[in-house]
Design a protein around this ligand. Sequence first.
Ligand code: NI
Length: 210
Amino acid sequence: MRKTALPTLLAAGIAAAAVTASTQAFAYGAGDFFTRVGVAKVEPKSDNGELTADNLEIDVEDDSAFAFTLGYRFTDKLGVELLAAEPFDHDFSIADGALTGSTDHLPPTLTLQYYPLGGTDARVQPYAGIGVNYTTFSDEEIVGGGDLELDDSWGAAGQLGVDLLIDDNWALNAAAWYLDIDTDASLNGDDIGTVEIDPVVVMAGLSFRF
Ligand code: NI
């Protein structure tokens, strides 16, 4: 799903809200299972490191993809959330384009979350989380050939987000994660250094709780 899907998602959410509008207090909190769906953009940090072999700078580009989360609130103010997505596909270039290529990656991320206004009637429900990211790379390719391998990465994750409640079930959602993703790279079996991707993932879409 590409960026153009976002207005459609938002329109669908607003339409759903209009149909199911409710006057009850939302009781947003303990016991809720929830899912968030939207479009996520992965923006690697601007300086992705230098491959030690030749001091070659590597630059990793942005990508956007469909993403979703699953979560549970075990108290009004505390929850857990797992971020999942379809694979992101990043182009990269080494030494200002002397070498170019691409790789897919999947960055599932589990966070423990705090909702300061959980359990209140507030329709604006911010949250923050900390946790762990695991990233696995696949389909690493270098234009012109060569066998590039990127190792799996484990790292810390941080998260900020907000739900704007529409009704008992639906909310508009915006969220951002910071992921510490560092991967050891090898080319034709030789270790060529560590690539620091360390992206910010920005997602906009809808929350649904049930
Ligand atoms: Ni890092």
